[in-house]
Write a protein that binds this ligand. Structure first.
Ligand SMILES: NC(=O)C1=CN([C@@H]2O[C@H](COP(=O)(O)OP(=O)(O)OC[C@H]3O[C@@H](n4cnc5c(N)ncnc54)[C@H](O)[C@@H]3O)[C@@H](O)[C@H]2O)[C@@H](O)CC1
Ligand SMILES: [K+]
Length: 499
């Protein structure tokens, strides 16, 4: 259930189902019934106003209006456009509606009750303007609860972007699988609670469609998650190396190192410049400290093949020394997580980074926030595109897994897969939170997890850890919340099992 279908892929799922023998009107009947089921949880005295658009989304609205009327609700229906312009299944559904059809552009919106938004769904093809925009604006200003059919009208199902203006719903009923627009911002904020309804589309159609976008839930990466072997030892669980900044910037690497250890790496070493060695030695216990000055020093540490994954960036200056150290890891080569200063170091010459990734042929993960992303991919990835599209283009360009952070963190792989997270609480926006995430990814890669799965798992667990703590969270708390998250994963709590 964690696949996310673009509107084009969903249309294909409809098409395959219809081709296999289920008439389109039957799918529409089931979709409309699912909407009626959600709306119908309210008391029978609740007036219902169904706003229908010119396409099949409006067709779902006609069905829902009919079923709610049959159940005893007082239902008004208003259509945005001429009735004789309805085509296909929508025209069939409209013919089954016996009540009056008002003009949605002129109809008064009830002062009470619930509005069903069946104006525009997957067929949104351009920015909303004119009379339709004015109608949506009236719905939003009216302040009444809205149940959106498939998508809040005006939200782009593929990108989650607002096309001109969009309905703000309290609930959204969608069909078969969620769409990226339900998970990505700002779409998610317009959806309210998303109710997923099955309308008789067989899961087998997904084999034909081969979706590439996923909701980031444990089911996505659990098969690749490291399991502890009874006969294991710390060396088999990998050895992560976190590179520290100078004397005034050691905390970031310490947090990354602690996170790598907590997420299960057998050993973790902080590679420290001489200036910071004493500070780090005094501040760490289970995490080891080794001297590493510049690229040459780091290269020497990597001569030991057991040090099998590197985290770089937290606390590092974006300068030539950092660039050279990154290249020392490429030369080794080792699976690598680049964050913060190690990303910004290449802002003036991103090609140098991309060449290094390509030449090393080792899994690389970049974890930029929006600002770092804009600096590294300026010009190459247009800012107007949706977030998953931007992350995917960047991943292809860099040849690396790109973790584009935010409330809807996207993990994108160069092969076109992307995972979108919806479990990050706002408390994660705190100093050092990204350092912990980088360490978690490195800790999972040290245990042999592939880059895309490691980054996805770390992002989800980062969100789950923060949820466990609640208000007052600081980054230092995050690593120590991981045991609880790991244990819940093992015992299948947190909705971790299915989806
Ligand atoms: N057989 C099927 O394909 C099924 C479709 N379903 C419903 O059908 C919807 C998709 O139907 P459609 O493909 O007809 O698309 P929609 O009904 O979402 O929208 C298409 C219509 O809106 C117009 N339109 C597009 N953008 C506009 C804009 N910015 N301003 C004003 N008008 C605009 C188009 O000209 C067209 O008339 C889904 O969201 C879902 O609700 C469900 O009934 C399940 C079965
Ligand atoms: K809608």
């Amino acid at each position: 259930m964690h696949e996310l279908l673009t509107p084009a892929e969903m249309a294909e799922a409809d098409r395959l189902t219809i081709a296999a023998g289920t008439p389109g009107i039957e799918l529409m009947e089931r979709a409309g019934r699912a909407v009626a089921d959600v709306v119908g949880r309210r008391p029978l005295s609740t007036p219902v106003l169904v706003l229908c658009g010119p396409g099949n989304n409006g067709g779902d609205g006609f069905v829902a209006a009919r079923i709610l009327t049959e159940r005893g609700f007082r239902v008004r229906l208003a259509l945005a456009g001429p009735r004789d312009a309805l085509r296909g299944d929508a025209a069939l559904a409209a013919a089954r509606w016996r009540g009056p059809v008002e003009d949605a552009f002129a109809a008064p919106l009830d002062p009470s009750g619930v509005i069903v938004d069946a104006l525009l769904g997957a067929g949104l093809a351009r920015d909303v303007a004119g009379a339709m925009a004015a109608l949506i604006d009236r719905v939003n200003r009216g302040g009444r609860p809205v149940v959106a059919v498939d998508l809040p009208s005006g939200i782009d199902g593929a990108s989650g972007l607002v096309r001109g203006i969009a309905v703000r719903a309290g609930e959204t009923v969608t069909f078969f699988r969620r769409k990226p627009g339900h998970v990505l911002l700002p779409g998610r904020l317009h959806c309210g609670a998303v109710r997923l309804a099955q309308i008789g589309i067989a899961g087998a159609v997904l084999e034909r469609i081969a979706p590439r976008l996923f909701l980031n839930v444990p089911a996505l990466w659990r098969p690749a998650f490291p399991v502890l072997a009874v006969d294991g030892n710390k060396y088999r669980r990998g050895h992560a190396l976190a590179v520290s900044g100078g004397i005034e910037a050691t905390g970031a690497a310490r947090m990354a190192a602690r996170a790598a250890l907590r997420i299960g790496a057998g050993l973790v070493t902080v590679a420290a410049p001489s200036s910071a060695l004493m500070v780090l030695a005094g501040a760490l216990e289970a995490v080891m400290v080794r001297r590493a000055d510049g690229a040459a020093g780091l290269g020497r540490l990597l001569e030991d093949a057991r040090r099998n994954a590197v985290v770089m960036g937290p606390g590092l200056d974006p300068d030539e020394e950092t660039r050279a150290m990154v290249e020392a890891v490429f030369a080794a080569p080792r699976p690598l997580v680049l964050d913060a200063g190690a990303i910004t170091a290449f802002a003036a010459d991103p090609e140098r980074l991309f060449r290094g990734v390509a030449a090393s042929a080792t899994p690389t993960v970049l974890t930029p926030h929006d600002g770092e992303f804009a600096r590294l991919f300026a010009g190459a990835v247009e800012p107007g595109a949706g977030k998953s599209e931007r992350a995917l283009r960047a991943a292809r360009l860099a040849g690396a897994v790109v973790v584009l952070k935010g409330p809807d963190t996207v993990v994108a792989a160069p092969d076109g897969r992307a995972a979108i997270a919806d479990n990050a609480p706002p408390t994660l926006g705190t100093a050092g939170s990204g350092d912990v995430l980088a360490g978690m990814i490195g800790g999972l890669m040290a245990q042999g997890m592939p880059a895309f799965e490691a980054a996805s798992a770390a992002v989800w667990m980062h969100g789950a850890a923060a949820q466990r703590f609640g208000r007052g969270l600081i980054a230092e708390d995050l690593p120590d919340l991981l045991p609880g998250v790991l244990q819940a994963l093992e015992t299948d709590e947190d909705g971790a099992g299915g989806d």
